[in-house]
Unconditional design. Structure first.
Length: 149
């Protein structure tokens, strides 16, 4: 499982011209699910996203988490994080999860974040989305559950 975590002042998702999700301060998470991912990868992502300390404290050091700043999470499914463009100019998505598995694990990540006490909203799985954000910093962190050991 791969995630691009962006610290944001605000973020939103629109589908078909209609706003479906909006957050204030928090994280915009672009989440890709791989073909070999399972609940272990979900647990890793939930633990890392909910625990990331990338907000500034009073000493202007990154020591605060979403919980500390009462931040929210907007999780957007993005299978293209598994695009492989090493050969040619058209990426292959062979390493991305099939839609059924992708949806199940995406929803599991969102549920796990909610259970950790965070305000969570999401994009729409297998829909064309317009994502807007005001990046804060910018601060962007890449997470990959296959690199956890």
């Amino acid at each position: 499982m791969r995630a691009v975590v962006q610290r944001v002042k605000s973020a939103s998702v629109r589908v078909g011209g209609q706003q479906v999700s909006v957050i204030g301060q928090g994280f915009l998470v672009l989440l890709g699910v791989g073909a070999d991912d399972d609940q272990g990868d979900v647990a890793y992502m939930v633990r890392k996203i909910s625990g990331l300390r990338i907000f500034y404290d009073q000493d202007e050091r990154m020591r605060l988490s979403l919980h500390d700043v009462a931040g929210a999470v907007l999780v957007v499914p993005q299978f293209t994080l598994y695009g492989d463009a090493r050969k040619g100019n058209r990426p292959s998505f062979a390493q991305a999860a099939a839609p059924e598995l992708g949806r199940t694990l995406y929803e599991s990540v969102m549920q796990g974040l909610k259970e950790s006490g965070l305000q969570v909203c999401g994009g729409r799985f297998r829909e064309a989305m317009e994502v807007e954000l005001i990046n804060d910093g910018p601060v962007t962190i890449l997470l990959d559950s296959s690199k956890q050991f």
